[in-house]
Write a protein that binds this ligand. Structure first.
Ligand code: MF3
Ligand code: CO
Ligand code: CO
Length: 311
């Protein structure tokens, strides 16, 4: 191929150092597991409310189902985060997430969701979200977000956490801690009557002194029988209408970037990195609005991997 690119040559301009690895074969789900409506053809059918300002009010049965889904997703995340260390691959993590999910009678919600090929998302360093587990080996100094969603009894539970791989630099630690703290501040704000738009304002105010930016491309979301539904939860200052009501269930999952919050999508159509190759961090909980305020449906337990500032 004189004077040109070989067909196999990767001419895509990556923002940072990370590159895609190889995918393992598609993982199977036993016939006994209840499938979400997209599992077979990749296309979600149920949408939830069609108008963006309408947010479902869950009944007691829904809430019980959401608690179970949240608890199962938490258990799976805790087992998977415990194994994370330098030298394992993100596909090793996916294998554990998949096994632990089906062991509990649940379906790994990401699998074939809009064609997504794996059972969880593993987002390293400059990857903002939707990193696909593959043959990439974790190396000392990386930061990783593991995002797990489980579907059980007809409901989805969704959460994610950051994990430090071995020793990481102080700048990464600060990014992770500030992301965690802005997320907790946004959760603490939630209660009946609170405008949804206040979430983004709290996050922006919290990160501003550090010079970080909040990614605007991806949102938190309503969740229940449907994986992603109303409301859209924007993690940056905004003027969206709507107030929280008792029985609303949604995620808060800010993606905070060291540099630019603009994103670049890989050719796999999923992996989203920062445009400048600098790092990004994220945490996620599924939340229920109660008469008293907010209930975390994916809370940490004694089995959760300790955060470095708790060790
Ligand atoms: N769990 C992610 C979220 O927080 C969604 C992953 S969808 C996938 O909403 F298809 F990328 F897996
Ligand atoms: Co989510
Ligand atoms: Co998630």
């Amino acid at each position: 191929m004189a004077g040109g690119f070989a067909k196999t040559m990767d001419s895509f301009k990556y923002a940072g150092k990370l590159r895609p690895g190889r995918l393992s074969p598609t993982r199977k789900v036993p016939r006994s597991i209840q499938l979400p409506d997209y599992a077979k053809d990749g296309r979600p059918k149920a949408t939830g409310p069609l108008l963006p300002w309408q947010v479902e009010v869950k009944n007691a049965g829904d809430i019980e189902g959401m608690r179970i889904a949240g608890k199962v997703a938490r258990e799976v995340l805790d087992v998977a985060t415990a194994m994370i260390e330098p030298g394992i691959t993100t596909d090793d993590i996916d294998a554990v997430v998949h096994e632990e999910t089906i062991k509990r009678g649940a379906y790994p919600s990401p699998l074939n969701y809009c064609g997504y090929p794996k059972s969880c998302c593993t987002s390293i360093n400059e990857v903002i979200c939707h990193g696909i587990p593959d043959s990439t080996k974790l190396k000392e100094g990386m930061i990783l977000n593991l995002d797990v969603t489980c579907y059980i009894g007809g409901y989805h539970g969704d959460l994610s956490e950051m994990i430090l791989v071995g020793e990481v630099d102080d700048a990464a630690k600060q990014l992770v801690k500030v992301t965690h703290d802005c997320w907790e501040a946004a959760i603490a704000y939630c209660k009946p009557g609170a405008p949804f738009k206040g979430i983004g304002a709290i996050i922006d105010d919290h990160i501003q002194p550090y010079g970080y930016t909040s990614c605007t491309q991806f949102c938190g979301h309503g969740i229940g029988k449907v994986f992603h539904t109303t409301p859209n939860i924007l993690h940056y200052r905004n003027n969206e209408p709507g107030k929280m009501e008792v029985g609303n269930v949604f995620t808060i999952e800010p993606m905070i970037c060291e540099g630019t919050g603009r994103h670049l999508e890989w050719k796999d159509k999923w992996t989203s990195t920062t445009k400048d190759g600098r790092r990004s961090a994220q945490f996620e909980h599924t939340l229920l609005i109660t008469p008293d305020g907010v209930d975390v449906l994916t809370p940490r337990t004694a089995n959760s991997r300790p955060f470095w500032w708790e060790e």
